[in-house]
Write a protein that binds this ligand. Structure first.
Ligand SMILES: Nc1ncnc2c1ncn2[C@@H]1O[C@H](COP(=O)(O)OP(=O)(O)OP(=O)(O)O)[C@@H](O)[C@H]1O
Ligand SMILES: Cc1ncc(CO)c(N)n1
Length: 274
C-alpha cells in the first residue's frame, strides 16, 4: 500500500497543542506520514506566548526544498508564517514544486492575543499565497482582516467567503469558533458555487488551544489521502469536535485538545456495531 504524505509549514508551539505539533499529531492519527518545515519557534504554553523566534526565509526555503527534492508531498498546509518575506519564499517553493493540494490556515494571533503574523505580511499573503490555495480556513477575525469587512451575521460570512474566492482561493472555510452563539456553531464552506453549513454543538470548555491548526491539519491529511474537499472538511469538523469533547486538562490556562480522541471514538463505535 502506498503511504500518503503531508507537509506542514508552520511554527513550533513548545506547549504541544498548536502549530506543527498539533499538525503532526493530527497527520499521524489520520494515517498520513507527516513532514514539517519550521517558520518560527515560539516559547508557548497554555497561558500564552512568551517569545517568538523566527527562522530566516532562507532556512524555510531550504527545509521545503529538502522535502520537495526527495520525498515530495501529497498535500500541504501552512500555519504561522510570521513575515512577508517567509510568505514569498513559501509561495515560490509551492509553485516551483507544482503542489496543488494546498491548505492555508491564515494564522494571525494566538488565543491570548499574541501576534504570530506581522502586519506587513497580510498583503503578501493575499498577493502571493491565496492564489495558490485549494482551501483557506480563516476564523472570523482572520476573515475580517483579509476582506476588510466586519463579520457579524452568516450573510456577512457568505459575502466574505465570496471576496476570498475572488482572490483566487478555490474553497473557503470560515470557521465558527469565534461566533457569539453559545449553543451551536457553524463552519461555512464555499466552493465558488454552493454554500455548505457544518453545524456542531458548542462545547463549554476553555481547552480549545490549537483547534484551528488541528482543523486545517485534518483537512490536509484527508486531501493527501485523495478525499474531496467537502469530505475532508466534514471529517475535520468531526475530528476537532472529538478532540475538544474529550479534553485532557493539561496546563493552567487554555489547554490543548485531545488528538487521540477521534480514533478512540471510532474504535468504540466499531466495537458497538461489530
Ligand atoms: N467550543 C467549541 N465547541 C465545539 N467546537 C468548537 C469550539 N471551538 C471551536 N470549535 C471548532 O473548532 C474548529 C476551529 O475553529 P476556531 O474558529 O476556534 O479556529 P481558530 O480560532 O482558528 O483556532 P485557534 O485557537 O487554533 O487559532 C472549528 O471546526 C470550530 O467549529
Ligand atoms: C506556533 C503556533 N501556531 C499557531 C497558533 C494558533 O493557534 C499558535 N498558538 N501557535
Amino acid at each position: 500500500m502506498k503511504v500518503r504524505k503531508a507537509l506542514t509549514i508552520a511554527g513550533s508551539d513548545s506547549g504541544g497543542g498548536a502549530g506543527i505539533q498539533a499538525d503532526l499529531k493530527t497527520f499521524q492519527e489520520l494515517g498520513v506520514f507527516g513532514m514539517s518545515a519550521l517558520t518560527a519557534v515560539t516559547a508557548q504554553n497554555t497561558l500564552g506566548v512568551h517569545g517568538v523566534y523566527p527562522m530566516t526565509a532562507a532556512a524555510v526555503e531550504a527545509q521545503i526544498e529538502a522535502i520537495g527534492q526527495d520525498m515530495g508531498t501529497d498535500a500541504l498546509k501552512t500555519g504561522m508564517l510570521f513575515s512577508g518575506e517567509i510568505i514569498q519564499s513559501v509561495a515560490k517553493k509551492i509553485e516551483e514544486f507544482g503542489w496543488k493540494k494546498v491548505v492555508i490556515d491564515p494564522v494571525m494571533v494566538a488565543k491570548g492575543g499574541a501576534s504570530l503574523l506581522r502586519e506587513e505580511a497580510i498583503r503578501a499573503m493575499k498577493e502571493f499565497l491565496l492564489p495558490l490555495a485549494m482551501v483557506i480556513t480563516p476564523n472570523i477575525p482572520e476573515a475580517e482582516v483579509l476582506t476588510n469587512m466586519l463579520i457579524q451575521s452568516i450573510d456577512d460570512r457568505k459575502r466574505a467567503a465570496k471576496k476570498l474566492y475572488e482572490l483566487g482561493v478555490k474553497n473557503v472555510v470560515i470557521k465558527g469558533g469565534h461566533s457569539d452563539n453559545e449553543e451551536t456553531l457553524i463552519d461555512l464552506l464555499y466552493d465558488g458555487r454552493d454554500f455548505l453549513y457544518f453545524t456542531s454543538r458548542r462545547i463549554p470548555t476553555k481547552n480549545t488551544h490549537g483547534t484551528g491548526c488541528t482543523f486545517a491539519a485534518a483537512v490536509t491529511a484527508e486531501l493527501a489521502k485523495g478525499q474531496g474537499v467537502k469530505e475532508a472538511v466534514e471529517l475535520a469538523v468531526n475530528y476537532v469536535h472529538a478532540a475538544i469533547e474529550m479534553d485532557l486538562q493539561i496546563g493552567k490556562g487554555h489547554g490543548p485538545t485531545n488528538h487521540w480522541a477521534f480514533k478512540r471514538k471510532e474504535a468504540a463505535a466499531d466495537a458497538i456495531y461489530k
